[in-house]
Design a protein around this ligand. Structure first.
Ligand code: BV8
Ligand code: ZN
Length: 272
């Protein structure tokens, strides 16, 4: 196992990774907040933090929501409005084009995009590309941790899309369920909560059968998401990492490229 830093990347690193990706039948592209950083979406653990003096682990929990639903909704409302103003960047677009190019007539692609992100930017890139080409979207995205643009009822579990601004000025103005009147929560997976088993199984299944697993922009600290990459590697996939800094996956990767997703992902996936 060798890994290259892109500064002194002997052609082997990028070229080897490019070759493996373009020769692969089944590819899993596993992403984290770093793939959206150049779109202006704050990352969780990088510089700039995520919000005032709070850490995600403080607010993204059922306990924090039970204790202070107004504060937690204020945070999610702020993130939703911020993300709604962001657009997919060159990395999202290159990933969407790579998945679309490998979609067969039935529009099922040999590429699965497994994301930890809740910003919906992969799906937006897919939809925008499909519209540009008047083609069906391969719909290759699996979201492990939910979405900023959906809500779930704390009582009857009813789920629905929700993009309106959140009025978090008081407990009384927080969104409530149309059918049972109970408080609604963001439709995301909080720390200490189980991921949707069907989505997780689909992601693990894709990882087990992948020829190549490309990991983009994640600190690889959160479980069970980070196991996508180790599972793929253990099942024999070539592991390629693109990240601004080293992570626990860097030593395991066949090729680990240091740099910005917006530059490296198009270089890796773009058409020759
Ligand atoms: C579960 C949704 C059990 C919400 C998120 C000890 C105590 C308590 C819990 C645990 C513990 N040890 C382990 C756990 C479990 C815990 C966990 O893993 N904790 C970690 C922190 C140690 N996991 C859970 O709780 C999970 N659930 O285990 O349930 C269970 C089982 C059965 C039944 C009941 C219960 C649930 C985890 C999901 C939490 N929800 N998000 C929201 O977003 O508001 S996680 C959150 O972190 C986001 O989804 C985020 O995506 C994810 C991971 O972060 P990253 O995406 O990697 O982002 P990060 O900022 O960290 O890194 C960005 C990287 O990009 C950096 O490396 C940076 O260098 C790089 N970068 C930056 N810019 C660029 C770049 N790279 C390239 N280009 C750039 N331009
Ligand atoms: Zn309800």
């Amino acid at each position: 196992m060798h890994h290259d830093d892109v500064e002194d990347a002997r052609p082997t690193g990028l070229a080897a990774a490019r070759h493996a990706l373009h020769a692969a039948d089944r590819v899993v592209i596993f992403t984290g907040a770093g793939v959206s950083a150049e779109s202006g979406v704050p990352t969780f653990r990088g510089a700039g933090g995520l919000w005032r003096e709070f850490r995600a682990e403080d607010l993204a929990t059922p306990e924090a929501f039970a204790r202070d639903p107004r504060l937690v909704w204020e945070w999610y409302g702020w993130r939703r409005e911020l993300v709604a103003r962001c657009v997919p960047n060159a990395a999202h677009r290159a990933i969407a084009a790579f998945a679309a190019a490998r979609a067969d007539a039935a529009s099922t692609s040999g590429v699965r995009i497994v994301t930890q992100n809740v910003d919906g930017l992969h799906q937006r890139a897919e939809r925008e590309l499909a519209a540009e080409r008047a083609m069906p979207s391969p719909d290759a995205v699996l979201t492990l941790h939910g979405t900023l643009f959906g809500v779930r009822c704390t009582h009857c579990d009813a789920r629905s899309p929700h993009t309106a601004p959140i009025d978090a000025t008081s407990r009384a103005t927080l969104p409530t369920c149309a059918s049972c009147g109970s408080l609604l929560r963001p439709d995301v997976v909080w720390f200490g909560e189980a991921l949707d088993p069907a989505i997780l199984d689909a992601a693990f299944d894709a990882a087990r059968h992948a020829d190549v697993c490309l990991v983009v922009g994640t600190s690889a600290l959160v479980q069970p998401a980070a196991s996508i990459a180790t599972l793929a590697a253990r099942a024999g996939a070539t592991l390629v990492e693109i990240n601004a800094e080293a992570t626990p996956l860097s030593a395991l990767a066949d090729v680990s490229l240091r740099g910005a997703a917006g530059a490296l992902v198009p270089a890796l996936l773009g058409e020759a």
